[in-house]
Ligand binder design. Structure first.
Ligand SMILES: [Zn+2]
Ligand SMILES: [Zn+2]
Length: 160
């Protein structure tokens, strides 16, 4: 079974809701019907429940932290090797070892042939023959310009 950040976040939301529910319930003082039942005067019969709410709230934070950590690790680097502008795609002109975007002027040293892009993968592109390539924002722009009949699917990595 693969754990996803979304599952951890869903659990965190439930823990948070539960903590809020316990707190709301314990906000009303409970009527003490048996004053001589052995409890010392002033003892709060709900102290343990309030503490449980605190633990739940802390668990919420821990679950969210785990979700963020997992999302960070699950980011897949783009493996395409041709150089692109991260914002404009296939708009680079290469001259004297420097690739420069014709649209925004963004430049970088031209990568060695075969050197993968490494930007986070955000798209899945399925070509007409059913082949699947995963790529970053910059590469998907370049790919859109040249691939006809391909399907572009945004990979949902939204940190909600
Ligand atoms: Zn650009
Ligand atoms: Zn890329």
């Amino acid at each position: 079974m693969t754990v996803t950040p979304a599952q951890l976040r869903a659990l965190a939301n439930r823990a948070e809701a539960l903590a809020a529910e316990v707190r709301a319930l314990c906000a009303h003082p409970s009527p003490v019907t048996t004053p001589d039942a052995g409890a010392s005067p002033g003892a709060d019969p709900l102290a343990a429940a309030r503490q449980a709410a605190d633990w739940l709230a802390r668990s919420t934070d821990d679950l969210r932290r785990a979700a963020t950590e997992l999302a960070r690790l699950q980011v897949e680097p783009c493996g395409l090797a041709w150089a692109v502008c991260p914002e404009h795609g296939n708009t680079l002109s290469s001259m004297a070892g420097v690739s420069k975007c014709r649209v925004c002027g963004w430049s970088r040293s031209t990568p060695r042939p075969g050197q993968p892009c490494g930007a986070p993968v955000t798209w899945k592109v399925i070509d007409r023959s059913g082949g699947e390539t995963r790529m970053c924002d910059g590469h998907v722009l370049g790919a859109r310009a040249v691939s006809q009949g391909a399907t572009f699917i945004r990979i949902d990595q939204a940190l909600t």
